[in-house]
Design a protein around this ligand. Sequence first.
Ligand SMILES: Nc1ncnc2c1ncn2[C@@H]1O[C@H](COP(=O)(O)OP(=O)(O)OP(=O)(O)O)[C@@H](O)[C@H]1O
Ligand SMILES: Nc1ccn([C@@H]2O[C@H](COP(=O)(O)O)[C@@H](O)[C@H]2O)c(=O)n1
Length: 236
Amino acid sequence: MGHGELRGVVALDGPSGTGKSSAARRLASALGARYLDTGAMYRAVTLAVLRSGADLDDADRVAAVARDAGLAQGTDPADSTTTLRGEDVGVEIRGPEVTRAVSPVSANPAVRELLVAEQRRIVAHALSAVGGIVVEGRDIGTVVVPDAGLKVFLTADARARAHRRARQDGLESTVDAVLADVERRDAYDSSRAVSPLRPAPDAVELDTTDLDLAGVLAALLDLAAGRGLVAGPVRG
Ligand SMILES: Nc1ncnc2c1ncn2[C@@H]1O[C@H](COP(=O)(O)OP(=O)(O)OP(=O)(O)O)[C@@H](O)[C@H]1O
Ligand SMILES: Nc1ccn([C@@H]2O[C@H](COP(=O)(O)O)[C@@H](O)[C@H]2O)c(=O)n1
């Protein structure tokens, strides 16, 4: 039986590796909605900055590279593309160099202003085109879409997140290194001056430590239906 169709915006925020992308993609697919991975946008701008050779501490130069990057983020949950001037960078933005540099680039206020405006444009377009979108990141419920119909803040024990990420990368032996990276990125993202990672006051917190992805999806479907955001058939 179908799950119905999403009407409105679901905002999914949380620290690294809590399952935001996996859950958001599945939720959007189940509800015939669009899907926006805002982390991919910050990663793509970071790749452009690294390629340009700009000093990460040179805020004006970093912002200029971001403005000139030619970033386009797709919203198909089955194939969400990230391109820079038409070049597909979806694989490269997941590499260790980008992961190391993305938090400082994301803390640049001009970069955030640019990407938040683009994210709001994409959300508005999706709402008029299909009626619903699931947006995931760090500041969706607090800044990008503060009036989202449902805001969920995903959490999970840091070691569980490191295990998930290490398994994804085929690096079971380096869980400790992944854990250090996850904790470093969370600390940076939570302490920056502009739009720090934190739950919106009206967000529902969902701890995924002991849930598999099917369990997370079921919880999100229940929450969305409970908010009256799902039109048509409900889960049977
Ligand atoms: N509930 C879960 N149970 C088991 N594995 C999970 C769960 N959620 C996510 N994963 C796995 O953990 C890894 C990280 O998930 P995902 O990329 O969705 O997290 P994220 O919050 O978007 O991370 P980031 O913010 O770093 O991009 C993936 O390999 C995913 O398959
Ligand atoms: N709304 C967002 C989304 C992401 N970031 C920054 O990008 C980094 C990468 O995000 P992933 O979800 O792809 O891991 C993240 O560590 C943040 O620095 C952000 O600032 N705001």
